[in-house]
Every structure is written in C-alpha cells, then in structure tokens.
Write a protein that binds this ligand. Sequence first.
Ligand code: PRP
Length: 228
Amino acid sequence: MITQQAPLTLALPKGRMAEKCATFLAASGLSVPTTDDDRLLIIENESGTVRHIMTKPTDVPTLVEYGAADMGICGLDTLRESGGNVFEPLLLPYEYCRLSVCGVANQPHPQLRYMSQPRVATKYTNLASQFFQERGINAEIIKLHGSVELGPLVGLADLIVDIVSTGTTLRVNGLVEIRTIMESQAVVIANPASYRLKSTLIQDALDRMRQALKTIDAEKAAVSRGKL
Ligand code: PRP
C-alpha cells in the first residue's frame, strides 16, 4: 500500500462559522484546531498529520483552489461568489441562509425588471451582477465590506443583495426580502489535484464526516420521534 503524504491541510473559516466547524470536526473524530493564541494562523495537531489554516471565510475557496489547502469548509454563498474551481463532495447541515435582494419595507417595490438602473449595495458583487444581468437589468453594483443593510438607509443604494439567516438584521433596520437569489449552507470543498494525490487521506476524512452526519440525522430522528 502506498502511504500518502501527510499532513492533510484544511482551510477553516475564522469568526461565526469557526465554532460549528470545530464541533463538526470533533463529532467526525477528526482533529480540531486548538490553540491558546487565537492569532495563530496555522495550527498543526500533535502527531503532525493534520494542519489547519485559519482564514477569512471568503478566502477559504481561494486557498483550496490554489492547493494551499487540500480541503476546506465554507458557505455555498462564498464558494459561488468566488467561482473557484474545486470539488464539493459534501454539504453540511449548518450555516443555513439565503442570498436575497432586499429593499426598504413599506415602500412599493416595482417589479425588478421595471427598475431603471437600480443601485445595489453588496459584498457579493459577482452573484449580484449575474442576477441582474440575467434579467436584463442595468444595475449599478456598489461594493460594501459589511453592514450592507446601511445601503438603502443612508441613501447609498436602492436595494441590497445580502445574506438573510434569521431575518433579524433586516427587520430591525426596516428592510424586507424581495427575491431569493440562492439558498446556502456549509459545504466541504477539496482541491482537485489533492483529491487524487491524497485520496486515501481525503476519503478517510470524508467517510468520517459522512458517518457523523448519519449519527446527527439519527439523533434528530430520535428527538422528533420523542416529540410525537
Ligand atoms: C450577516 C449578513 C447580515 C446578517 C444576517 O452579517 O450580512 O447582515 O448576517 O443575519 P440575520 O438574518 O440572522 O440577521 P454578518 O454578521 O456576517 O456581519 P456583516 O454585516 O458585518 O457582514
């Protein structure tokens, strides 16, 4: 048997998704990034078989596409925005949200196709441009890096394209969803070359993840049976 070269390198998102990723890796019996120093960017497990790269969520697809990481976990929204050429072997049951076109509440929203050159604030410039172009709408896309909901509130934009999860941010800022562009959830991605060259390591990690998903499903089913 050929022993494939360790370590297996995983790009993981810092911030909101980090804890859920760590919980899922632990449930899969895989190495979890642990450090006393939250500014450390590369964390290797004790045996040196797994290396975690902690990065901004939007950079996970880039690191995996270019082979800096063999695998990664990110949101489908981030992956589609990046357009990265990676494999997507497994969807994960968390970080559910949708990417939507939103506008100010209690205002008549004309059919989007009748809007002439709407200004649209977003972090997702590629997906937003594609959405409006496909509908023949000549939108002006304005890039914001966060708190996108500010756009219509300060007169910067007519609409926003942003992530809606619980809907709380929209509600408290007096905005409403007008159209859903895509549904999103967490996804495991892999570099196509690593997928071949480190197939044993990657398939073993994926098998463990699939097994954890089965256990999670079984536990959910047991809970819902208990409620009936
Ligand atoms: C995201 C998104 C919305 C919010 C939606 O923002 O951009 O603002 O979450 O979540 P909700 O529907 O549950 O309220 P994030 O927290 O990533 O911060 P940001 O706006 O600075 O990007």
